[in-house]
Write a protein that binds this ligand. Structure first.
Ligand SMILES: O=C(O)c1ccccc1NCC(=O)[C@H](O)[C@H](O)COP(=O)(O)O
Length: 263
């Protein structure tokens, strides 16, 4: 059966095949690009990418009633710098319609959080309103990663390149990626450890890339820990999706950057 990541990738291959048979279903983008990298270049505070995620393989159903546009407005009002939308249907109960609804409700840059293995998915993400796409190093061969990175940036999208260990990070940096997401969650075992950010931070920073610490951030002390390691930003899903007071939770995660991290 393989790991959950293997299963997700198998499902994506099926979806890409269907997409190739229905190319007219991919909308042509009418959205003006919004830059998250520019936000980071001018930041005095840790940037928060707040995620819309109904469910996940590791946690099952997280929040089945939240409305994407309403949640996004709360994120924006309370200081998020960007919004991530899980568009995968099978494993995360997301949809591309969620991405568009969020894009149209706020002024922030929007990340399409999916498992991209083909250029068509980049066209799809852009057509539905993404400003950024996620490329997961563990899900791709090096030449695929290079190709998809080039294609996305040439299409006017920014790329959050996700890694979980040093080998993946070295592969990521070879592409020239400016935005590195260190996922504290191992997508094969679901183990979460903030040490992953702490271990990889110096390499990301010495390459001159921006560091986003992803997953497993539940309280201000967690956020402080990755901020102190050198993160420019964090990506948070469950803590916001489960909060009964989203705005307050988000505001407690907003910390000043440590000296030397400001660009
Ligand atoms: O969250 C999962 O269970 C998961 C499983 C397999 C692949 C990806 C997965 N999650 C995607 C993410 O990276 C997270 O949604 C994101 O970083 C936010 O994490 P959290 O704040 O812990 O909800």
């Amino acid at each position: 059966m393989g790991t959950i990541l293997d299963q997700i990738i198998e499902q994506k291959k099926v979806e890409v095949k269907l997409l190739r048979e229905h190319l007219n279903d991919i909308p042509v983008s009418h959205f003006k690009a919004r830059s998250f990298i520019e936000t980071l270049q001018n930041a005095e505070e840790l940037a928060i990418i707040a995620e819309f995620k109904r469910a996940s393989p590791s946690k099952g159903m997280i929040n089945s009633t939240a409305v994407p546009a309403e949640q996004a407005v709360i994120y924006e009002k309370n200081g998020a710098s960007a919004i991530s939308v899980l568009t995968d249907q099978t494993f995360f109960k997301g949809a591309f319609a969620d991405l568009t609804a969020v894009r149209e409700a706020v002024q922030l840059p929007i990340l399409c959080k999916d498992f991209i293995i083909d250029r068509l998915q980049i066209d799809q993400a852009k057509g539905y309103g993404a400003d950024l796409v996620l490329l997961i190093v563990a899900a791709l061969k090096e030449e695929e990663l290079q190709d998809l990175y080039q294609y996305a940036t040439q299409s006017g999208l920014e790329v959050l390149m996700e890694v979980h260990n040093q080998e993946e990070l070295e592969t990521a940096l070879k592409t020239g990626a400016k935005l590195i997401g260190v996922n504290n969650r191992d997508l094969k075992t679901f183990n979460v450890s903030l040490e992953v950010t702490e271990k990889l931070a110096a390499i990301v920073k010495s390459a001159g890339a921006f560091l986003i610490s992803e997953s497993g951030l539940h309280q201000p002390l967690d956020v402080e820990r990755v901020r102190d390691a050198g993160a420019n930003g964090i990506l948070v899903g469950e803590a916001f999706m489960k909060s009964s007071s989203i705005g307050e939770t988000l505001k407690r995660f907003k910390l000043p950057l440590v000296e030397g991290v400001k660009k």
